[in-house]
Write a protein that binds this ligand. Structure first.
Ligand SMILES: Cc1cc2nc3c(=O)[nH]c(=O)nc-3n(C[C@H](O)[C@H](O)[C@H](O)COP(=O)(O)OP(=O)(O)OC[C@H]3O[C@@H](n4cnc5c(N)ncnc54)[C@H](O)[C@@H]3O)c2cc1C
Length: 371
C-alpha cells in the first residue's frame, strides 16, 4: 500500500547517529522521509542498538562541527579518563590516558532523532524490506513493514544509514567488508577500575571491553565471524570470563537481561569502504564501512559523514556522488592511519613490545586512588 502520494527528494533508511544527523541537517526545502525500526517516542521496548556508548574525542569534535552541545542528561556515571589495557596471555597491564565521554547510547540516539525538523516524515518502528528502482518515477520504491502492514514510498535519492547489516549496501554496492559479532552482558556491581580493554588471540583477533555504567558492569567482546563455524561464539564468550579471572574480574551468576548481540564492521582495507553508486544511492556511517579498525569507534564517522553528505545534497549539484567521495577523503585517511596502527595493537609480539616499552602509558597508577 502506498504510504502517501509524494515523491520524496531523499529517503533515509536508519535513524542512528548518521541518519538522524543527516535528517536534521538537510535543507527544509527538500522533501525528506526516514524509516527506522526503533521506537522513537521514548517509551520502553523496541529495538535498541547494543553499543559501548563511549564518545571519543573525534565524536565530540564532530558533534560540535554539526552545531551541537551534549546535554548532561545523556552522561552516565562514571566518566572515563584512562583505559586499562590487558594482554590476557602475557599478563601485561598498562594504563593509557584517554578522554571518552561515557553516555547512555539509546538516550543519545533518541536525543539526536528528537532534533530532526518537523518537516521530515518519520516512519518509526518500521522495517525496510526492499528498495527497487522505479524508472517511471525516476527514483526508487522503498517497501517497509509497519504495524503489521506493508507500505511503499518513492524517493529520488536513497541514503543507507542502516548500520553494519545495511540493506541499502547489500542491494546496491555489495562490496564485502570484514565484520565481527559483538556480544555484551551486564552484571550487577561496580569496579574501582577505569574502563578496561583486553586482548587474547585464543579468543579473538580483535578485542574485548569492561565498562561501568550507572553501577552496572558491562562485559563485551568482538568475535571474528569466520572462526565461529568451528567454535560457538557463546563458548568463546564464556572463555573470556575465565581468562579474566586471574586479573581479578569475577562474573558470577546470570547477567542482568539477555546477552546483547550485534555485528560491527571493521574495514580491513580502504577498498571495503563503499559510499554508494551513481543514480542517487549514498551510504553514510557504518553502512559505508566507516568505523575505526583499531578501536571499533564508529559514532564520530557516522556524525561526520552525514554532515558532509548533507552539505552536498543541500546544493543539489550535478555529480553529488563524485563530490561525496572527495569530501569523505579525510575520513578515509583517518581509517588508513588506524589500519597502520592496528598491528601494534593486535599482533601479539608487537603489542607486547609496545606494552613492555611503556610508551605513552601512565607510569604511576595507584589503584587505591581510583574509584
Ligand atoms: C557492541 C558494540 C559496541 C560499540 N561501541 C562503540 C563505542 O563505544 N563508541 C563508538 O563510537 N562506536 C561504538 N560502536 C560502533 C557504533 O555503534 C557504530 O559505528 C555507530 O552506531 C554507527 O552509527 P550509524 O548511524 O551509522 O549506524 P547505527 O547506529 O547502527 O544505526 C543504524 C540504524 O538503522 C536502523 N536500521 C537498520 N536496518 C534497518 C532496516 N532494514 N529498516 C529500518 N531501520 C533499520 C537501526 O534501527 C538503527 O537505528 C560499537 C558497536 C558495537 C556493535
Amino acid at each position: 500500500m502506498k504510504a502517501d502520494n509524494l515523491m520524496y527528494d531523499v529517503a533515509i533508511v536508519g535513524l542512528g547517529p548518521a541518519g538522524s544527523t543527516l535528517a536534521r541537517l538537510l535543507d527544509s526545502s527538500l522533501k525528506v522521509a526516514a524509516i527506522d525500526r526503533k521506537r522513537l517516542d521514548g517509551a520502553s521496548g523496541g529495538f535498541q542498538k547494543p553499543c559501548g556508548g563511549l564518545l571519543a574525542p573525534n565524536a565530540q569534535k564532530a558533534l560540535v562541527e554539526s552545531g551541537l552541545n551534549l546535554p548532561s542528561s545523556l552522561l552516565v556515571d562514571p566518566q572515563i579518563f584512562a583505559v586499562k589495557t590487558m594482554d590476557l596471555v602475557s599478563g601485561q597491564i598498562r594504563y593509557y590516558q584517554r578522554y571518552y565521554l561515557n553516555i547512555d547510547r539509546h538516550r543519545f540516539d533518541l536525543w539526536l532523532a528528537s532534533l530532526i525538523k518537523p518537516g521530515v516524515k518519520i516512519f518509526d518502528q518500521a522495517e525496510c524490506r526492499t528498495i527497487v528502482p522505479n524508472r517511471n518515477a525516476g527514483g526508487y520504491d522503498l517497501t517497509f513493514v509497519k504495524g503489521g502492514r506493508l507500505w511503499t514510498i518513492t524517493a529520488r535519492q536513497v541514503i543507507g544509514a542502516d548500520g553494519s547489516s545495511s540493506l541499502v549496501r547489500r542491494a546496491f554496492c555489495p562490496t564485502p567488508i570484514r565484520r565481527y559479532l559483538c556480544l555484551q552482558e551486564t552484571f550487577p556491581g561496580h569496579l574501582r577500575e577505569p574502563y578496561g580493554c583486553f586482548f587474547d588471540p585464543r579468543i579473538t583477533d580483535c578485542y574485548g571491553w569492561i565498562n561501568n555504567k550507572e553501577g552496572q558492569l558491562i562485559l563485551g567482546a568482538a568475535l571474528p565471524l569466520e572462526k565461529q563455524s568451528a567454535e560457538k561464539p557463546r563458548e568463546r564468550f564464556e572463555a573470556v570470563k575465565e581468562a579474566l579471572r586471574p586479573f581479578g574480574y569475577r562474573f558470577y551468576g546470570a547477567p542482568l537481561g539477555a546477552t546483547e548481540a550485534a555485528l560491527v564492521s571493521r574495514p580491513a582495507s580502504w577498498r571495503q569502504i563503499a559510499l554508494g553508486v551513481e543514480g542517487g544511492i549514498f551510504l553514510v556511517g557504518e553502512a559505508a564501512g566507516l568505523v575505526s579498525p583499531s578501536s571499533l569507534e564508529g559514532i564520530s564517522y557516522a556524525l561526520a559523514s552525514a554532515s558532509l553528505l548533507s552539505r552536498i545534497l543541500n546544493r543539489d549539484p550535478a555529480k553529488p556522488q563524485k563530490l561525496y567521495r572527495r569530501a569523505i577523503r579525510p575520513l578515509r585517511w583517518r581509517i588508513l592511519m588506524r589500519l597502520l596502527k592496528s598491528p601494534f595493537m593486535f599482533q601479539p609480539s608487537l603489542r607486547r613490545l609496545v606494552m613492555l616499552s611503556g610508551w605513552l602509558s601512565l607510569s604511576d597508577v595507584s589503584l587505591s586512588g581510583l574509584d
